[in-house]
Design a protein around this ligand. Sequence first.
Ligand SMILES: [Zn+2]
Length: 248
Amino acid sequence: MLDSWLDLVHGAACVGCLTPGRSLCPRCASELPARGTAVRPTPCPAGLAACFAGGAYDDLLRAMILAHKEHATFSLAAPLGRVLAAAVSRALGPDSATVLVPVPSRPVVVRARGHDPVLRFTRAAGRELRGSGHRVRVAQVLEQRGSVHDQAGLTAGERAANLTGSMGVRANARAALARTRRPLSLLVCDDVLTTGATAREAQRALEDTGLPIRAVVTVAATRKRFPPPARLSGPPSGWALPLSGNAT
Ligand SMILES: [Zn+2]
């Protein structure tokens, strides 16, 4: 249903409020998260690096991510990049050059969509951060390997098993990073943090070739509906739970 709705509004109206005109109106653009939040999937894959997200995968951010990914609404890459950049700002190291590593899409998916959405908005985030004086670059260090079954309907454990070994480090990227003499902070970048399984696999692939990562950074993180307040005695399962203040 959301897809057919997006088909209707694609290219003709704001994906947030349906105002005719550009794909993101100034009012909706002004409501985008300007500061990232520390998040954590629950349950969390063992050993997952620190995670930061721009905001919750709801409403406006969800509509933007889907329109950009599924409908190639390229004008949304810059605002999505700004949201990612805000989250990256929370994860920057004190005195090191930062490399943004986009989670790779499967080549068959890139061909079907006609573009690589994560790479596109990660590059936009890199431009945004360099514009504010940060030493940041984007490198396609990771590649997809082997076949992965559809993740839909799998449990978190099944997802992790399905994904293990599905990513690897490009040989030339590894060599290029090794030639850099100053310390590098690697940040894995993706659109949505859900179970953390994809991010954990990206982290595994990098660490297995001696490339430790500083953090995982995404545009958005999923959350399930809150249980009724009276029953809310602990972290609700399924939330990417804020670790510190400033939750959105
Ligand atoms: Zn709007």
